[in-house]
Design a protein around this ligand. Structure first.
Ligand SMILES: NC(=O)c1ccc[n+]([C@@H]2O[C@H](COP(=O)([O-])OP(=O)(O)OC[C@H]3O[C@@H](n4cnc5c(N)ncnc54)[C@H](OP(=O)(O)O)[C@@H]3O)[C@@H](O)[C@H]2O)c1
Length: 300
C-alpha cells in the first residue's frame, strides 16, 4: 500500500485494530483534538499536511440511544462530516474507506442481508449512517463498508466490550440474561481490519458487507464467549427490560458477505473472532505495535 494512510477515529476499537495490524503501512492517526471531523478547518489542515493516498474513517457518533435524543449531532458526525470527507478525498485524489452499519436494515429479513436489499432505518443513528453512505457513494474512489457488532480493544477507552462484560459478570457469579431472539453478525475488529486492508488494495470501489461469518444470536455468542474464556456458568435466556427513550433496533441484522468473498476476501467464522479477541487480550501492552509504522502526529 503506497502513500500515507490518514486514519480517523484511530483510537477506537476498529481504529486501534488497524493501527496494530496494517503492518508496513504508513499510517498517520491524528488524535481527535487535532482532527475532529465535525470541524471542517481541522479536516482541511490534516489533508494539506499529510496529503494522504488513502483516508480511512472509523469515527462515528454511535451511541444509538444518545443519537435518538441528539439527531442533529448524529447527522453532523455520521452524515455531513462524511460528505465533507468525501469532497476532500476527491480534491486531494485520495481513496476513501468509511464504515457503516447493519442498523440500516429493519430486521424483518429471514436470511442475511445483501448489499442490494432495501434499507429501512429504525433510528436516528441508522438514518444518519445511511445518509453518510449516500454522501460517500457520490465520491469516485470510495469503499463504504457495513459491519455489525464490532468488538475489539480500543486504546483510548476503558469501556469493556460485550465479551468482557458477560465474562466478568458470569465469573463474579452474577446471572447473565440475554435474548436468544436477537440475531446478528458480531465481528472482531482485528478480522475486520485485515479485510479492510485487503479490500483497499483491490481498487474495486463500492458498497460492501464485512462481518465474521455466520449469523448468531447474542445468546449463543455470549455462551460461546463464556465457554472459551473458561467460565463454567451459562447465560440465561430472557429479555432485558426496555429502557424508556431507547432507540429501536433491528431484531435480525446478520449480513451476507458474498460480494466481498468474490474478491477473495473472507472473514473467519464468529467463533474464531472470539478466540482471536481473547488471545489478543493476553498480549502485553505495546507488544503488537513493534513492526507497524505508526506515527501519532502532534498538532502543526
Ligand atoms: N461498535 C459497533 O458495534 C459497530 C457496529 C456497526 C458499525 N459500527 C461502525 O464501525 C465504525 C467504528 O466503530 P468502533 O466500534 O471502532 O467505534 P469506537 O470504538 O467508538 O471508535 C470511534 C472513534 O471515533 C472517534 N470520534 C468520534 N467522533 C469523532 C469526531 N467528530 N472526530 C474525530 N474522531 C471522532 C472516537 O473518539 P473518542 O474516543 O474521543 O470518542 C473514537 O476514537 C463506526 O463507523 C461505527 O458506526 C460499529
Amino acid at each position: 500500500m503506497g502513500g500515507i494512510v490518514l486514519l480517523i477515529g484511530g483510537y477506537g476499537q476498529l481504529g486501534t485494530a488497524i493501527r496494530r495490524r496494517w503492518t508496513g503501512a504508513q499510517i498517520v492517526a491524528p488524535p481527535r483534538d487535532e482532527l475532529d471531523i465535525e470541524n471542517g478547518e481541522s479536516v482541511r489542515r490534516a489533508f494539506e499536511r499529510y496529503r494522504p493516498a488513502l483516508v480511512v474513517n472509523c469515527a462515528a457518533f454511535h451511541d444509538v440511544d444518545r443519537c435518538e435524543r441528539e439527531p442533529e449531532r448524529a447527522f453532523a458526525v455520521n452524515a455531513y462530516a462524511v460528505r465533507a470527507l468525501t469532497h476532500r478525498c476527491a480534491e486531494f485524489d485520495a481513496a476513501f474507506v468509511t464504515i457503516s452499519t447493519d442498523y440500516v436494515f429493519d430486521g424483518r429479513a429471514a436470511r442475511p442481508y445483501t448489499e442490494s436489499d432495501a434499507e429501512h432505518p429504525l433510528s436516528a443513528y441508522a438514518a444518519s449512517k445511511l445518509a453518510g453512505e449516500a454522501a460517500a457513494r457520490m465520491g469516485g474512489r470510495v469503499y463504504v463498508v457495513r459491519t455489525c457488532g464490532v468488538y475489539g480493544h480500543a486504546e483510548h477507552r476503558d469501556k469493556p466490550s460485550f465479551i468482557d462484560r458477560v465474562v466478568a459478570r458470569a465469573a463474579a457469579g452474577e446471572r447473565v440474561t440475554i435474548s436468544p431472539e436477537i440475531v446478528a453478525s458480531p465481528t472482531f475488529a482485528g478480522h475486520l481490519a485485515d479485510a479492510l486492508r485487503s479490500l483497499a488494495e483491490t481498487g474495486n470501489y463500492g458498497l460492501y458487507h464485512a462481518v465474521n461469518e455466520g449469523p448468531v444470536s447474542w445468546f449463543d455468542f455470549a455462551a460461546e464467549a463464556m465457554r472459551q474464556a473458561g467460565v463454567s456458568a451459562k447465560p440465561v435466556p430472557g429479555s432485558a427490560p426496555v429502557r424508556s427513550g431507547a432507540a429501536a433496533r433491528p431484531q435480525y441484522s446478520a449480513l451476507d458477505c458474498t460480494k466481498l468473498a468474490r474478491l477473495g476476501i473472507r472473514l473467519r467464522i464468529w467463533q474464531e473472532g472470539i478466540r482471536d479477541y481473547l488471545a489478543e487480550r493476553a498480549v502485553p501492552a505495546g507488544g503488537l505495535f513493534l513492526d507497524a509504522e505508526v506515527s501519532r502526529s502532534s498538532a502543526p
